[in-house]
Ligand binder design. Structure first.
Ligand code: ADP
Length: 650
């Protein structure tokens, strides 16, 4: 995207440059040319005036000389007698002197028929003497009575010259003509050093004075055929056919001057360089040169003085200025491009910042929204949670209350069970207590009699027995008291053997165990289990009593109590097996032995709670109570309790 924009921008800058550059170059060229031309005009106009004045002065100088010469006595003498050799000699000498004195090329005197009678070059081989120049316009003008002047190449000397003539007027009219021929080379020499090229053209446009030799007798414009004919007739330039210089007129300046291009004929056949531009070196003149042409007419002579100022410096200036303009333009375009790029960068940055801040604002808004929603949801959840919490708390309270109720109910039940057992045991216990009491009585009676008989050692023996019986009664009542107590002791380490012994004691009090074989294999004092003594006794009292009750009518009465280590659920423990030789559990109880309020003993003997209470008690110890019928007959109750190894603590 960025790269494409840059490419477009570069294209834009290039296109603008291509559009602007030609106009800028054209304008620069015009302005440079204009200012250079203005400068050149100002400078060259005065130079041209100077040269014109110089030429005019030169002409002026010679134009009066023929008249002076026409007054000469020697000249007149020759004209009056052309055959007078003496006069001719004198005239020749005077003319020679006159020429030397005035700087004229030649001076000579012509007879009215055009024949030269005497001349300054009389002694030379190409002397004019004897030559007839009647065809020369200057002669004809003088013969017509006016001062003549004429430019031509000498037919005899073939030397360029400017001829000034004047009639020699005698008493009977025009007697002859005096002629001064000046040498234009003098002027050319004076002008040749100038920077500008000065040429002088005759009325026909033929160059006859020129600082540049090659331009001599050339024309600035093609001559018409009549002019060419006339030039031939007057033999002004004998043997020369003036041809036009290879000039192209480019345009006319605002000052009315011309700009022209002159092809260099010498360089014409040379090869151009690769650009078609000539290198301007002294050894290689350029193929063409542009000039500013200034012309100043000289009305008295009918000539025109031309100044040709070389425009090469102007061309160089134009090239230089154009190069500078191009450089400036390039710099401008580069600057424009850089500014555009910079602007673009700023715009992009602002857009980026805007979009970033927009995105940030949107993100913030989204965050705020999310936070609000979260808060609402948290509030709702909190409300839900606190409601649930409240509900849970009340449920917990309820549960605790229920549990408490249950516990107390259970305790009550256990207590009731215990009391029931005590009630059921009461008869036996009473018997157990009454028997010692009766024995006490008889021992006491005996002791009194023995005392009366003074048989003190027997009295002591009786008292000893009485004490033993008192201990026994105290023992039983103490057990009962403890058994009936409402204590809900904590689960702790309990030795199995004393518990079994005490339970058997409680059940057996009153001789109920008489006629029943009891095999109690649990005598090891080190069998320790997790339980609570009184309750565990309650369980065994229950089990033993039930067994005794079940075996009441049987012939074989055997109660076996054994213990074996057994691991349940990776937990070490002891299984205490209580087996009787009774009829076994009634059918209804085989599957549900611990259902409450089931009794086969009748309302006065049983509540049907003993087994279920026992089950509950073992449960609280973390143990299990199971019931089944033994394969060999009789009921088998298994109490499993967690073992306590001696390392487990107290
Ligand atoms: P109760 O002793 O007051 O009847 P239990 O819950 O202790 O209440 O006993 C419920 C019933 O289970 C008894 O009535 C009896 O029928 C039966 N039972 C308990 N132990 C034995 C057993 N060792 N042999 C046969 N039946 C038993």
């Amino acid at each position: 995207m960025q790269a494409r924009l840059r490419a477009w921008r570069i294209l834009f800058v290039v296109v603008v440059s291509l559009l602007v550059a030609p106009a800028a170059l054209w304008l620069t060229t015009r302005l440079t040319e204009q200012s250079t031309l203005d400068d050149l005009n100002a400078r060259t106009t005065s130079i041209l005036d100077l040269y014109s004045a110089n030429l005019a002065g030169h002409l002026e100088k010679f134009s009066s000389l023929p008249q002076v010469l026409s007054e000469s006595a020697q000249v007149r003498a020759v004209l009056q007698n052309r055959h007078d050799r003496q006069a001719v000699l004198y005239a020749n000498a005077q003319l020679e002197r006159f020429a030397a004195m005035t700087g004229a090329l030649e001076c000579y005197v012509m007879a009215p028929d055009g024949e030269t009678l005497a001349a300054s070059n009389w002694a030379r081989r190409d002397s004019f003497v004897g030559e007839n120049f009647a065809f020369r316009p200057y002669f004809q003008a003088a013969m017509a009575g006016t001062a003549g002047h004429y430019y031509a190449i000498g037919t005899t000397s073939l030397q360029r010259g400017y001829y000034f003539s004047y009639p020699v007027i005698g008493p009977w009219g025009i007697e002859g003509v005096t002629v001064i021929k000046s040498n234009p080379e003098d002027i050319e020499k004076a002008w040749s050093g100038a920077e500008e090229k000065i040429i002088v053209t005759d009325p026909d446009g033929v160059i006859f004075i020129s600082g540049v030799e090659d331009w001599m007798f050339r024309t600035l414009a093609p001559l018409s055929s009549e002019t060419r004919q006339r030039l031939q007739d007057t033999r002004r330039y004998p043997g020369i056919e003036p041809s036009p210089l290879p000039i192209t007129r480019d345009r006319t300046t605002t000052d009315g001057h011309h700009i022209l291009t002159l092809r260099n004929e010498q360089a014409e056949n040379r090869e151009l360089d690769i650009l078609g531009v000539e290198v301007n070196t002294p050894s290689h003149p350029p193929a063409e040169t542009r000039y500013l042409l200034l012309s100043s007419p000289m009305p008295q002579a009918g000539w025109t003085v031309h100044l040709l100022a070389d425009l090469t410096p102007m061309r160089h200036q134009v090239i230089k200025n154009n190069a500078m303009v191009l450089l400036g333009l390039a710099l401008l375009m580069v600057t424009v491009y850089a500014v555009l790029q910079r602007l673009d960068w700023y715009r992009t940055r602002i857009m980026l910042e805007q979009s970033t801040s927009r995105a940030l604002a949107a993100k913030e808004e989204a965050l705020r929204h999310a936070r609000d929603q979260l808060e609402v949801r948290v509030r709702e959840r909190t409300e839900d949670l606190s409601k649930a919490n409240q509900r849970l708390r009340s449920e917990i309270i309820e549960r605790i209350r229920t549990e408490e109720l249950l516990n107390s109910a259970q305790d009550e039940l256990v207590q009731a069970g215990k009391l029931a057992a005590i009630g059921q045991l009461a008869a036996g216990i009473t018997h157990e207590v009454n028997q010692p009491l009766a024995a006490l009585q008889s021992y006491a009676d005996n002791a009194r009699i023995l005392l009366q008989r003074n048989r003190l050692p027997d009295v002591d023996g009786n008292l000893q027995r009485i004490l033993e019986m008192c201990h026994r009664i105290a023992d039983i009542s103490g057990h009962l008291k403890r058994f009936a107590s409402r204590t809900r002791g904590e689960v702790t380490t309990v030795a199995l053997a004393p518990v079994i012994a005490m339970s058997l004691e409680l059940v057996g009090a009153g001789g109920r165990l008489r006629g029943i074989s009891i095999h109690n294999a649990i005598t090891d004092e080190h069998l320790l289990v997790q339980a609570e003594t009184i309750r565990l006794e309650q369980v065994f009292v229950n089990l033993f009593r039930n067994a005794i009750d079940a075996m009441q009518d049987g012939d074989r009465r055997l109660l076996e109590i054994t213990a074996e280590p057994r691991t349940v659920n990776d937990e070490a423990g002891y299984a205490i097996l209580v087996r009787d030789s009774g009829p076994g559990l009634p059918e209804v109880l085989v599957n549900k032995p611990f259902q409450p309020f089931f009794s086969t003993k009748g309302p006065e003997h049983g509540l049907g709670l003993g087994l279920s209470i026992s089950h509950g008690i073992i449960d609280t110890f973390g143990g299990t109570l199971t019931a089944s019928n033994a394969p060999q007959g009789g009921a088998l109750f298994t109490v499993w309790l967690k073992a306590v190894s001696l390392h487990d603590g107290p």
